[in-house]
Design a protein. Structure first.
Length: 537
């Protein structure tokens, strides 16, 4: 009876602590900032416990990319794990996890003490021989049962290479997770399930690099990309973790606020997103890249580049929503900010997060690619934001957008390390700058009323809706004629198709009920076959 009362008091005490953590005033920005601080302190401590020189430039990617992304993806995974077991509100679990993050400081401190200041290097798990997943998994269980704290006498011969500090950290974390599941559910089946699922989760987290090597058929994570020799180890693992963070983060957001998540996804505008990705792949196509000779990690690099470009686009969309809030209520009343599905602070936070993801993933891809993304964001800022707000000046506004599109094509071209911006085809630069400067005017049609109220001097605002649409129709017609004219050697086979497509674009622009989507479809149906025909490598 006394023992039962004792456990009840402990339960009440733990519930009070958890409730205090769950109800703490923590928003997304403060959570991320606090979590990053803890991770950086852990990395600094690990520099002493593992004798890592983090003050060397060689440690840059490990410190700011690999380490941060690893812990963030692990915590997102654990948050989702607890949500599906307990069905507690995911924001409450997330707040509680921030206080648990202090646990990651334990391993380097213990390793320094155990080694008497000499330090122990924390490593991923790599089997000593080429064994199957189940052999490795069962081997680790056997080793773990033989001695959780003391371990084998000779760690080099052991299938389990985690240090003392990491093992103690994982044990405490497992106990806290099981305790949390017990307090929230009182369901014996879920408690047992959490116990048996945690170890496979730990195993997969700790051995992920090894299984990446096995899947790709490589001996190490060095010199693995045909595009960029510098895309290795820290950059590779960061890219994998970032993609997982993006997936888990999206799932977290969907669970947190389904309506807001759907509003964000819709606001990215599928065809516009597809357009910016098409520019990236066009640049990659110009780099003479053949899909037949691509390796696993080349696809990973391309996927990371796509994530960077999509995140940049999301930053641009939400930044413009903040600036154009008043005009959007007239011309784009479905936008999440205009309709009230997101508030200004949420939109601002999302735009910052997307920009950070864009920059970090671009740096993982390569320095040259990062420069193109950074340059495009500079052009986007000058286009949208005060004091310049170049979108108010006709022709110059669309020329800036054309330059921004060109930088995305450059990004795809420069994914291949040996390529130079000076070897990029001059005729393509001319085509993109002229065609896009003329063709981008069509996007202003749906924003006519809002632009007129906001004093943005588009062609439509200057000449009126009817006359302006005719002018834009003519400009669009000229756009379709430019490929056979600039690449004159293909004039005869292409001019007929160009005229038909140009006339069709004029018709679509000047329809009484204008819709942007058919025009974008026409652009794709024309541009893709033409590009494949002209640049048939």
């Amino acid at each position: 009876m006394l023992l039962l009362n004792f456990f009840k008091k402990i339960e009440i005490f733990l519930k009070k602590i958890i409730a205090k953590a769950e109800n703490s005033q923590i928003n997304l920005s403060s959570w991320l900032l606090t979590f990053l601080c803890v991770v950086f302190i852990r990395t600094l401590l690990e520099a002493f416990s593992g004798r890592i020189n983090i003050f060397s430039t060689k440690s840059f990617y490990f410190l700011f990319f690999h380490s941060v992304s690893f812990f963030l993806y692990v915590f997102l995974l654990l948050i989702l794990f607890l949500y599906f077991l307990t069905k507690e509100k995911i924001e409450k679990i997330t707040k509680t996890s921030l206080f648990v993050s202090i646990l990651i400081l334990i391993p380097p401190l213990i390793d320094i003490l155990v080694s008497r200041g000499e330090g122990l290097v924390s490593k991923y798990y790599f089997p000593t021989s080429n064994i199957s997943f189940w052999e490795a998994f069962l081997g680790k269980i056997e080793y773990g049962l033989n001695g959780l704290f003391l371990g084998a006498k000779d760690l080099s011969q052991s299938i389990f290479t985690a240090n003392y500090g990491v093992r103690i950290e994982l044990l405490i974390l497992a106990l806290l997770i099981i305790c949390y599941v017990f307090l929230k559910t009182k369901n014996p089946l879920k408690i047992v399930l959490s116990f048996f699922l945690l170890y496979p989760a730990y195993f997969l987290i700790g051995s992920l690099p090894y299984w990446l090597q096995r899947i790709a058929g490589v001996a190490s994570l060095y010199n693995i990309s045909t595009f960029n020799p510098e895309f290795e180890w820290d950059s590779v693992l960061f890219s994998v973790y970032l993609i997982l963070i993006f997936i888990f983060g999206s799932l977290w957001f969907f669970i947190y606020q389904k309506e807001k998540f759907i509003a964000v996804v819709k606001n990215l505008r599928f065809f516009r997103t597809l357009q910016i990705l098409a520019l990236l792949f066009f640049g990659l196509y110009l780099a003479h890249v053949s899909g037949a000779r691509l390796r696993f990690f080349d696809f990973l690099l391309i996927a990371t580049a796509c994530l960077s470009v999509i995140s940049y686009w999301a930053w641009g969309v939400f930044s413009n929503d903040l600036i154009d809030e008043n005009s959007d209520r007239i011309t784009n009343p479905g936008r999440p900010l205009a309709v009230g599905k997101l508030n200004r602070q949420e939109v601002k936070t999302l735009s910052i997060i997307f920009l950070i993801i864009s920059y970090m993933s671009a740096l993982a891809v390569g320095y040259a690619f990062f420069i193109t993304v950074f340059l495009r964001s500079c052009l986007g800022y000058l286009y949208s934001f005060h004091p310049f707000r170049l979108k108010r000046i006709p022709i110059l506004a669309t020329f800036v957008l054309a330059c921004a599109s060109l930088t995305t094509i450059w990004g795809g071209y420069l994914l291949v390390k040996q390529n130079s911006i000076y070897s990029f085809p001059v005729k393509v630069i001319l085509l993109v700058l002229v065609a896009f400067s003329l063709g981008f005017s069509a996007k202003d049609i749906k924003d006519y009323e809002g632009d007129k109220k906001d004093n943005v001097k588009t062609i439509l605002v200057i000449f009126g809706l009817e006359r302006g649409k005719k002018i834009i129709g003519v400009l669009s017609f000229i756009c379709f004629l430019l490929p056979p004219i600039i690449f004159f050697q293909y004039f005869k086979p292409l001019i007929g198709i160009a005229i038909i497509a140009g006339l069709l674009s004029y018709y679509l622009i000047n329809k009484r009920e204008y819709s942007e989507r058919p025009l974008l479809v026409l652009y794709f149906l024309y541009a893709i076959p033409i590009a494949l025909y002209i640049f048939n490598y």
